[in-house]
Ligand binder design. Structure first.
Ligand SMILES: [Zn+2]
Length: 261
């Protein structure tokens, strides 16, 4: 069954944002404007096969919806292993993920009560620098530990799009899934700026983010951009330093929660 809430937008030739109208960034559940958090998967269609990046939409039949659009074989690739990126993954036979995030599928996230993926499909490992060949279209895997140890982004140099998961995003949760040094994360973001792309599409925003968004992220994280950091405690999870810059209904918005103990 395919949920009637599902819809798509062609953001570039053969490149689709798939999301749900059940909740959207504005009153129109299908708006692509900046706003509150959404959940999107991306379908990237090549000459021979297609790729679905993330199962981030909590609706029935996302994979089938993508397959109908692509009209060819669709590989399932996850930006990372968090529960909100692997909905219905237990219905797939195989999937691709960075090896450092496999534990999130096999163990779930007990800290927030998310169960393991059961049954877990056959997993194929992706590593930094891998090329995923779809036929006349190659996607480069970029590994940036931070949001999770095995978070990956996919770079499509032909369209100038970086599919950025929860890493190049307007909201960043840092340090909950494994310890990564914040300075190392910033260095990874600096390296990311050297890559050839014009825009990023993240898993929780429907609007395109300009490459300059990386500078905003770095500026806020390094406290070069003025924004107030506040300590917040989540019972059972830990203490966070949180910061908010800008307004959610404008593209130039960034918030971050960083687990500090
Ligand atoms: Zn995540």
């Amino acid at each position: 069954m395919i949920s009637e809430n599902l819809f798509h937008a062609e953001i570039a030739k053969g490149t689709y944002l798939i999301s749900t109208s059940a909740f959207g960034p504005t009153e129109d559940g299908r708006s692509l404007e900046p706003g509150s958090a959404t959940a999107n998967s991306y379908l990237i269609v090549g000459g021979e096969k297609a790729l679905l990046f993330d199962l981030a939409v909590d609706e029935e039949g996302v994979y089938e919806y993508a397959k109908n659009l692509a009209q060819k074989e669709v590989m399932t690739v996850m930006s990372h292993g968090h529960y909100d990126h692997v909905y219905h993954l237990n219905e797939r036979d195989e999937a691709w993920i960075h090896k450092k995030d496999e534990y999130l599928l096999r163990e779930g996230m007990p800290i927030i009560g998310a169960p393991p993926v059961n049954p877990c499909p056959k997993l194929h490992e992706l590593e930094d620098g891998d090329m995923i060949r779809l036929g006349n279209r190659n996607l480069k895997v970029i590994h940036i530990p931070g949001h999770t140890p095995g978070s990956i982004l996919l770079l499509d140099e032909n369209t100038g799009i970086l599919f950025s998961g929860d890493t190049g995003a307007r909201r960043l949760l840092f340090g909950v899934s494994g310890e990564v040094n914040l300075d190392d994360f910033c260095k990874s973001l600096e390296r990311l700026r050297q890559e050839k792309f014009q825009v990023m599409y993240s898993a929780h925003d429907r609007c395109a983010l300009p490459k300059a968004h990386i500078d905003l992220m770095l500026g806020v994280i390094r406290k070069e951009v003025e924004a107030e950091w506040v300590e917040q405690t989540m019972p059972g999870v830990g203490t966070f330093m949180t910061v908010k810059y800008g307004r959610e209904n404008e593209v130039t918005y960034f918030d971050m929660s960083r687990l500090v103990d």
